[in-house]
Design a protein around this ligand. Structure first.
Ligand SMILES: Cc1ncc(COP(=O)(O)O)c(C=O)c1O
Length: 397
């Protein structure tokens, strides 16, 4: 038996082998995910809504568990096919788009929504970023004879589009106000992911956070100037995994807090504010070939020059698949051998002899982000206790 993995990854490897899995998969550590969910829930003030970010958790059974654990039905959705699937799978959910959809995608949603009790007129907020898109959505509402709830994207410092100034917002809200049969103002969405990302010499994270919040408040004031009697259910959405810890404070202008990635914690979320959260998804790939030394095509002196005497090049492995957006996690000193070239099909890694993997063992990597990666590798293998207990399919598109 190999000693290359520590106790945790030896346990994952054993569980995969016992389950007969012998191809690259994503393993989800469900207990870790649920502990992360409890940590996140504890940060959300009772008067605020937690909105789970679907693109970072794009697996219906996973969302089911997380919505139960965090007692929320609010989701942020980023993709029209997933929007339709969500409305059918979660007919009681409250959905907010996380990016503006082309009006043709919105039309497609209404034309192809399957049988469901989900009522878009009550449960869905479309995201609008410009007066031009607002005009398109007004036309769509007239054409379909439906009323659309509109959330307006605001720029609180990220500069990824959305309303740039409170007066721009006030002018869009005036248009919304003038068309009550077609549209209803539902709230604002501002994303502050830049907070904490700037080098401290440029701006401290406290200053960035304050700047984003003051900007958010200025947009809220503009909204109140058009709608002096805004209902308490208006959605002031913002945040995301990088800043969710900061919005615990009562000083947050938000009442609707988005987060998703921190629950699975890809490497991009190894942030001081998320230090208590545990990585909960791994790519596991079988070793197809384990070879002594490291050799490249071409004259032997080339491999000698590059690899001789290097501990990390003592063993070569070819994995079942490759080119993942991920960091090697276990065994800890295995590394990619990029000289060989990158391949999605079989990839070359190398490592020291004292961390030796055998054919049919697994290499474990940590995805940089759950977003994207979870859609690409088939059903997630759900690990709990010491076994693979379930397989959860991601959204199909
Ligand atoms: C609008 C918006 N809100 C929130 C998030 C945060 O999502 P997560 O917590 O998964 O990083 C994102 C991520 O891209 C986003 O685009």
């Amino acid at each position: 038996m190999t000693t290359a993995h520590d106790v945790y990854f030896s346990g994952l490897q054993r569980a995969l082998k016992d389950a007969g899995i012998a191809w690259p998969v994503i393993v989800l550590d469900r207990a870790r995910m649920m502990r992360n969910a409890a940590r996140l829930k504890a940060w959300i003030a009772p008067d605020k809504t937690l909105r789970l970010v679907e693109k970072s958790l794009p697996v219906p059974s996973m969302l089911d568990r997380l919505m139960q654990a965090t007692q929320t039905s609010a989701l942020m959705v980023f993709h029209e096919p997933q929007l339709r699937q969500t409305a059918v799978r979660f007919p009681h959910s409250d959905l907010l788009l996380g990016k503006p959809m082309p009006v043709a995608a919105a039309a497609h949603f209404y034309a192809h929504l399957g049988a469901t009790t989900f009522d878009p007129a009550r449960q869905l907020q479309w995201l609008i970023d410009t007066p031009q898109r607002l005009a398109q959505y007004l036309d769509l509402a007239r054409e379909l004879g439906v009323r659309l709830r509109i959330n307006v994207e605001i720029d609180v410092g990220l500069h990824r589009g959305g309303c740039a100034t409170p007066s721009e917002l006030a002018s869009m809200l005036t248009t919304i106000n003038e068309h009550p049969d077609q549209v209803e103002f539902a709230g604002l969405m501002g994303y502050d992911a830049f907070v904490g990302k700037l080098p401290a010499v440029v701006e401290s994270s406290a200053t960035s956070f304050e700047r984003a919040n003051s900007s958010y408040r200025a947009f809220q004031e503009a909204a109140r100037s058009v709608y002096p009697e805004l209902s308490a259910s208006v959605c002031w959405n913002g945040s995301g995994s990088p800043t969710v810890a900061l919005h615990r404070q009562n000083r947050s202008p938000l009442n609707d807090i988005s987060a998703g990635s921190c629950l699975l914690k890809g490497t991009m979320f190894d942030l001081p504010l998320l230090r208590d959260f545990e990585p909960a998804v791994f790519i596991a790939s079988p070793i197809l070939k384990a070879i002594e030394g490291s050799r490249l095509a071409g004259p032997p002196w080339l491999s000698t020059l590059l690899f001789a005497g290097r501990k990390q090049r003592q063993q070569t492995y070819f994995t079942y698949g490759g080119d993942w957006r991920a960091r090697i996690e276990s065994p800890p000193h295995v590394a990619e051998n990029k000289y060989f070239g990158v391949s999605y099909n079989q990839a070359m890694f190398s490592g020291p002899s004292d961390e030796r993997l055998a054919v049919d063992d697994f290499l474990f990597l940590r995805p940089h982000q759950s977003e994207g990666t979870l859609l690409q590798m088939g059903p997630l293998q759900v690990f709990e206790g010491s076994r693979i207990v379930d397989a959860w399919s991601p959204f199909t598109e």
